[in-house]
Write a protein that binds this ligand. Structure first.
Ligand code: NAD
Length: 338
């Protein structure tokens, strides 16, 4: 018997896939001939919000599916464009239409759980099917219990996910994520006594010369060991440009005079995605410094940076999944213009 729709689309992070997701997948498979599961936040660096890779997430969902269901499902890894829904939509439209061709029999499944579900309304060309909320489950609570109590969820996730999470308890990655979780919890507790939720102001800088970007390796949590832009919190007595130059010098000891750096600023932008930092609401003022081509100036990691180095633009793209917070997107924003 033919199904109601030729194609279905289901977008999510599935960090991890729980019974609410699974109910939706089963519902969708009963209504569509072929289901496209869009695995969002592809290639973001591991943190407590996105602990598992795209391959792990796809594999887990696959393990929950029967052989017949597997034949119905196509996975579509999809990276984020935190500062451009239009670029994200372009990628989804292009990649979905490569699968669906000219078909106009397409449904999109999802649940408006909170304001973060706004993206479900960006696909007027497809029939939206609201799935409702299953047992008030959400991945955030599951992750919090998992990383704080060191306990595996049992009732709320499909058996294959439970088995995976149980094995994952014994990995170094799990220990790293638990430490990161504790760090962030403590950080948020310290600020919880403030009369209003704090809004932090930071600076970051993209210094480019001859196809290379100046980057650092983070010495401490959050994001210990990840690649990042030089930057940090603004001090009470400095302007934003001065704060940026101070952080740049402290973390990289870049051997270029401050006046030359200041004169080489070609662009700046405020990056303010509300979810960009797990520490809390953090608005960063980022600058773009383009230095004259030639031999790359000496740098040396210090202060919060374990290491500082010039990374080729090609390497940067290859290491996207090792780059802290939205720093890859900040770099992309500036270098795509010049
Ligand atoms: P998710 O795994 O939290 O949820 C996936 C779907 O399942 C959602 O429709 C959600 O409402 C639904 N769901 C959750 N709990 C449920 C329950 N108990 N019962 C029934 N349904 C339930 O994933 P998400 O965070 O919503 O994924 C969206 C993805 O799209 C992310 O990767 C995000 O970064 C990406 N995105 C990117 C952009 C951009 O790059 N510009 C914009 C919007 C969204």
């Amino acid at each position: 018997m033919s199904k109601e729709y030729q194609f279905g689309v289901y977008i999510g992070r599935f960090q991890p896939c729980h019974n609410g997701h699974w109910q939706t997948i089963e519902l969708a498979l009963s209504k569509v001939e072929r289901l496209i599961i869009v695995l969002g936040s592809h290639r973001v660096a591991m943190d407590i919000r996105n602990p598992w890779t795209t391959a792990e997430r796809a594999d887990l969902i696959k393990q929950c599916l029967s052989a017949e269901q597997q034949a119905q499902v196509t996975f579509l890894p999809m990276r984020d464009w935190l500062y451009s829904d239009n670029l994200w939509l372009t990628a989804i439209q292009q990649q979905v239409s490569e699968i669906t061709g000219e078909s106009d029999s397409i449904a999109i499944f999802g649940h408006h759980k909170d304001s973060s579900s706004y993206y479900l309304d960006l696909f007027p060309q497809w029939k939206f099917i609201e799935t409702g909320n299953y047992a008030k489950l959400n991945s955030t609570n599951i992750r919090e219990a998992y990383f704080s109590h060191q306990q595996c969820p049992t009732d709320n996730v499909p058996p294959a996910v439970h088995d995976f999470l149980k094995t994952f308890l014994n990995t170094d990655r799990y220990q790293t994520l638990c430490q990161e979780f504790q760090f962030l919890k403590k950080y948020q507790e310290i600020w919880s006594v403030a009369p209003y939720p704090p809004i932090f102001v930071t600076t970051d800088v993209v210094v480019v010369q001859s196809g290379h970007v100046l980057v650092v390796r983070r010495k401490a949590s959050p994001g210990k060991g990840l690649i990042a832009l030089p930057g940090g919190f603004l001090q009470p007595d400095e302007t934003i440009v001065d704060g940026m130059l101070r952080e740049l010098k402290e973390e990289t000891r870049l051997k270029v005079p401050a006046a030359v750096l200041k004169g080489s600023i070609v662009d700046s932008y405020v990056f303010d995605n509300p979810g960009r930092s797990l520490r809390g609401r953090t608005i960063t003022h980022a600058y773009f410094i383009q230095l004259k081509s030639g031999e790359l100036p000496q740098v040396k990691g210090s202060d919060d940076a374990e290491k500082a180095w010039w990374m080729s633009l090609a390497d940067l793209y290859a290491h996207e999944d090792r780059i802290y917070e939205d720093h890859f997107q900040i770099i992309q924003h500036f270098i795509s213009k010049v």
